[in-house]
Design a protein. Structure first.
Length: 66
């Protein structure tokens, strides 16, 4: 289990409220879902994306809309 990076308090609270306690947990959400969490802004998204990439992880793939 890979710990979440240091984030601003609102982003940290937003992730914790969704049960995201590690980068592994984050992988079950799409980028769009995380971006829409109240408290997660562009800076937090950048930090999260960089950490995922560093650990060879990704956000969940978006399902194409039909």
């Amino acid at each position: 289990m890979i710990a979440l990076p240091k984030l601003a308090a609102p982003a940290k609270r937003a992730l914790m409220s969704k049960g995201v306690n590690s980068l592994d947990d984050l992988c079950s959400y799409t980028r769009r879902e995380v971006k829409n969490f109240h408290g997660v802004g562009p800076n937090a998204m950048r930090v999260l994306q960089n950490e995922l990439t560093k650990h060879h992880l990704t956000f969940k793939r978006e399902e194409p809309s039909t």
